[in-house]
Design a binder for this molecule. Structure first.
Ligand code: AMP
Length: 283
């Protein structure tokens, strides 16, 4: 690993952008940043610009004291906790417009969400000037948006993707899980189960994306207390839906459990295509 000595004495800075209510998923990002960087900064900022619903913003959990404790125990050097007024002293004139990568999935269901995400991440990059920034695969479309942001706007930051941390029953860790009642918590893993069905079907060689989607959707529809917002099979770069699954794809979904919205996704890799017969060679 190339550390400060090999970089002319300039420390390598790692940034972990978060909205707080930190859990073991965030911890995984922080631990990786700590292992790879000289200076680790964690931002805790519930960004109003990325919320499409005021009630969701109002209900978002805040646990700043324990967040700072987790950061201190994990060897974080800087915790950046700006107020909304500090980040947006006035409504911004200039924001980051996000194109087709936001056309489906969460982008379709949360208008303006990714413009808010891309704008705040760009601001955090300018403020912290990181060499590397750490993002979870749990938010696959967000990760794709950030990758496009960095390459389209020539931002000198390495984006590092970190695998999703899950509960033993498969539920992806999320700050929003805190809001689930015990009954809601019991039904919540159905989302992971559904996208798992999509993965199984794809791994079994089913190439018709509509058929895969229907099988996965059925898992949610058969349950009480959970409502599907979307479940899509998309390619992993531009996040566009596919008709045929002949390359690795992402099965991504969003559900409502009571008044809580949860998202999750898995990478699904089809089996290698059987070799074409050429009529030549062999016995
Ligand atoms: P959030 O505070 O929810 O905005 O998340 C901050 C960062 O942590 C984002 O890059 C998320 O993708 C990542 N993250 C959230 N939950 C998980 C998880 N369960 N596993 C891995 N990364 C996560």
């Amino acid at each position: 690993m190339e550390m400060a000595g090999a970089r002319g004495g300039r420390p390598r800075v790692g940034l972990v952008p978060t909205m707080g209510a930190l859990h073991a998923g965030h911890q995984r990002l922080i631990d990786l940043a700590r292992a790879e960087c000289d200076v680790v900064a964690v931002s805790v900022f519930v960004n109003p610009m990325q919320f499409d619903r005021d009630d969701d913003l109002q209900k978002y959990p805040h646990t700043l004291e324990s967040d700072i404790e987790l950061c201190a125990a994990s060897g974080v050097d800087v915790v950046f906790t700006p107020t909304a007024a500090a980040m947006y002293p006035a409504p911004p004139n200039c924001t980051v417009d996000v194109g087709r990568v936001a056309d489906h999935l969460c982008g379709r269901h949360r208008p303006g969400h990714f413009r808010g995400v891309a704008t705040v991440v760009m601001k955090l990059f300018q403020i912290a000037q990181p060499d590397r920034a750490y993002f979870g695969e749990k938010d696959a479309q967000q990760l794709a948006v950030i990758r496009h942001l960095v390459s389209d706007l020539n931002v000198p930051v390495d984006v590092v993707a970190v695998p999703t941390v899950r509960e033993p029953d498969g539920l992806a860790l999320s700050s929003r899980n805190q809001r689930l009642t015990p009954a809601e918590r019991r039904v919540a893993p159905a989302l992971y189960e559904a996208i798992g069905v999509a993965r199984q079907q794809i791994e079994a060689g089913i190439v018709d994306a509509t058929r895969v989607r229907q099988a996965a959707t059925r898992v949610i529809e058969q349950r009480q207390g959970i409502t599907l917002e979307y479940l899509e099979i998309v390619e992993p770069v531009e996040m566009q839906p596919v008709d045929r699954v002949d390359h690795p794809v992402i099965a991504a979904g969003a559900v409502w459990v009571g008044s809580t919205r949860l998202i999750d996704n898995v990478l699904c890799v089809p089996p290698p295509a059987s070799p074409k017969r050429t009529g030549k060679g062999g016995s």
